[in-house]
Design a protein around this ligand. Structure first.
Ligand SMILES: NC(=O)c1ccc[n+]([C@@H]2O[C@H](COP(=O)([O-])OP(=O)(O)OC[C@H]3O[C@@H](n4cnc5c(N)ncnc54)[C@H](OP(=O)(O)O)[C@@H]3O)[C@@H](O)[C@H]2O)c1
Length: 196
């Protein structure tokens, strides 16, 4: 039976990524820079919940999942890995789904609906592409790494009429950061519903 709209608990869905000049995000299955404070900002963002007991749902493409073993376990999160080929849930993950929409739906259906606060799309490219088109997507956290790196995966084009860069945003430093000689700035783009 089809679910009526009021049976579905809509959740905020957010993308989080860091991209260098040319919008590169990865090379050979890894992130091509080492910026520990930027990484900590990523961890703080995805694990932040408003009160104890709440959880965030993290959506991972398969390559991202298997290239980040150091990330487990994380507090306050459940992990869903998206893959057409995996038949069992990978170690340390909580769910596997064969498409993006099924991963998102986990957050709005029983038994998780009352627990999940925010859905975070962690990458890679196709996950970001589907995430930014999703009607629940309200924010894109995109750190601008102000340097050149050789990349083989790129962040998809962000519609800057729809997603507007915020001058200030809670919990996000607005000045230019520097680590290991690399400058970068945290950026948050907010979907302007009037521009949809
Ligand atoms: N800089 C950053 O912020 C950042 C963030 C995330 C990732 N990265 C980098 O990006 C690279 C990984 O990204 P990627 O795009 O190559 O790979 P990915 O999205 O992590 O994984 C690709 C795999 O995920 C599954 N998948 C992806 N989209 C799917 C969909 N819509 N439906 C079903 N399955 C889907 C497929 O697995 P099957 O083949 O099993 O179907 C696909 O082969 C790495 O280098 C990583 O370090 C960087």
């Amino acid at each position: 039976m089809e679910k009526s709209r009021d049976q579905v608990q809509k959740k905020p869905l957010r993308l989080i990524a860091a991209a260098c000049n040319g919008m590169g995000i990865g090379k050979d299955g890894k992130v091509p820079w080492c910026l520990p404070r930027e990484f900590q900002y990523f961890l703080d963002s995805i694990t932040r919940v408003s009160r104890p007991g709440k959880l965030n749902l993290l959506i991972w493409g398969k390559v991202c999942w298997f290239s980040n073993p150091e990330l487990f376990p994380l507090s306050n999160v459940l992990h869903v890995v998206v893959s057409t080929k995996l038949t069992t849930t990978p170690d340390h993950a909580h769910f596997v789904t064969s498409d993006f929409e099924s991963a998102v739906n986990l957050a709005s259906e029983r038994p998780l609906a009352d627990l999940i606060e925010t859905v975070w799309v962690i990458g890679g490219r196709q996950m970001y592409e589907e995430g930014m088109k999703h009607p629940w997507c309200d924010l894109v956290y995109l750190t601008d790494i102000m340097a050149d790196f050789d990349c083989d995966v790129f962040f998809p084009e962000l519609d800057r009429k729809l997603f507007v860069l915020q001058n200030r945003f809670p919990d996000v430093a607005c000045d230019i950061q520097e680590e290991n000689g690399i400058k970068y700035k945290f950026q948050v783009f907010k979907k302007e519903v009037d521009n949809v």
